[in-house]
Design a protein around this ligand. Structure first.
Ligand code: PLP
Length: 418
């Protein structure tokens, strides 16, 4: 019963240093967040010891009475939060949730149509090295070359031409709302199922600050760990109970064995948090922060230095900085911001002239800093630090000091010792 520190100091040190890194840097990777301590506690609990193949009340193992309660609570909370009739909280991750959705809806060899990876789609939406690109016949749709938006008349044209069995709405890097009603109409017109992957914007949907895909889609999948702010894992919801059996068996035994009951308990906690009024207030700060950053990166001095943002702004928790006209490429911008103390990821912009490992953009998200407590004032300061860095020639030490001041003013996991 030795503590981690006593038994394995090497790993204990990694945890300690990582806590330090999360405290000292400003986390702006759009797919990341900080979970509340209650989530850390549930996830680091004895529930990790339990095998529970099956579903609540129908398990293949004895001793599931307590984990059944946790999973049933998580299911009820997910349904209530997203206005769904069905929820599956077992997917280990967003990718396995997505694999299960396709497995439930169609057969290998059938046709899918999702946003291309290069234009902001996800690997599981049909990328050629992913299971989705190998098992299914893919025709990706892209963004409009002039507006850099998903134009629904083009999506419709392509759907009529290729007649997909599943149309996928959802993205990993796209700064605007989707028109779910238009996706529904197109799906109905061509006889396709509509699957929305709301992994990125699920927190905004939960807060009522983003249109919900649930009423329009046959199936909606998500991660819990991005804007939703919970443990790293996946979720499937639907308003169509007729799909319940197929979806359940696609997750287990289709994709997975034993569910991660400690993660499911942590998911239940996160779903409770997301239903609280404070969560809506936090999501409002997320959106405000992203708008402040977009405004700063499109101000005259930024534009003059070759910086801009894709689509000229944002409706969501992220901004895609467009560096096609800047001397910095995406990799250099990511490295520079790291030096300043801000963590982001480089990201292709639509029709990017540079290769995917370099890119001409960075994706900047505000969810994690909003969880840390940032509001308009702090986001204005961060936006100025980012703009000053990206314009080039800045005093890095001075910017690093401004970042350190912000980080120090918003302590993270105070008193937590790993
Ligand atoms: N779907 C979308 C839209 C995503 O952006 C991501 C993650 O980046 C995933 C699914 C996959 O989630 P995970 O990394 O948990 O497999």
């Amino acid at each position: 019963n030795a503590t981690l520190q006593d038994f394995d100091p090497e790993i204990a040190q990694v945890l300690d240093r990582e806590l330090g890194r999360q405290r000292d840097y400003l986390e702006m990777i759009a797919s990341e967040n900080f979970v509340p301590r209650s989530v850390l506690q549930a996830q680091g609990s004895v529930l990790t010891n339990k095998y529970a193949e099956g579903y609540p009340g129908r398990r293949y193992y004895g001793g599931c009475e307590e984990v059944d309660v946790a999973e049933s609570i998580a299911i009820d909370r997910a349904k209530a939060l997203f206005g769904a009739e069905y929820a599956n909280v077992q997917p280990h991750s967003g990718a396995t949730a997505n694999a299960a959705v396709l497995h439930a809806l169609i057969n290998a060899g059938d046709k899918i149509m999702g946003l291309s990876l290069a234009h902001g789609g996800h690997l599981t939406h049909g990328m050629k090295l992913n299971f989705s690109g190998k098992l299914y016949d893919v025709s990706a749709y892209g963004l409009d070359e002039a507006t850099h938006r998903i134009e629904m008349d083009k999506v419709r044209e392509q759907a009529l031409a290729t007649r997909p069995d599943v149309i996928i709405a959802g993205w990993s890097a796209y700064p605007r709302h989707l028109d779910f009603a238009a996706f529904r109409e197109i799906a109905d017109e061509v006889g396709a199922k509509l699957w929305t992957d709301m992994a990125h914007f699920a927190g905004l949907v939960a807060a009522g600050l983003h249109p919900s895909p649930v009423p329009h889609s046959d199936v909606v999948s998500s991660t819990i760990h991005k804007t939703l702010g919970g443990p790293r894992s996946g979720l499937i919801v639907s308003r169509d109970t007729a799909l319940a059996k197929k979806l359940n068996s696609a997750v287990f035994p289709g994709q997975q064995g034993g569910p991660l009951m400690h993660v499911i308990a942590a998911k239940a906690v996160a779903l409770k948090a997301a239903a609280a009024p404070e969560f809506k207030e936090r999501m409002e700060r997320v959106l405000e922060g992203a708008r402040i950053i977009a405004d700063r990166l499109t101000s005259p001095d930024a534009i003059e230095a070759g910086v801009n943002v894709v689509t000229g702004g944002t409706d969501v928790h992220l901004v895609l900085a467009d560096l096609r006209h800047s001397p910095l490429d995406g990799q250099q911008a990511e490295d520079l911001l790291h030096e300043v103390g801000i963590t982001v990821n480089r990201n292709a912009v639509p029709f990017d002239p540079r290769p995917p490992m370099v890119t001409s953009g960075v994706r900047i998200g505000t969810a994690a800093l909003a969880s840390r407590g940032f509001g308009a004032e702090e986001f204005t300061e961060v936006a100025d630090v980012i703009a000053t860095a990206l314009k080039g020639g800045a005093d890095i030490d001075a910017l690093r000091a401004r970042v350190a001041k912000l980080a120090d003013s918003f302590p993270l996991y105070e008193g937590l010792a790993q």
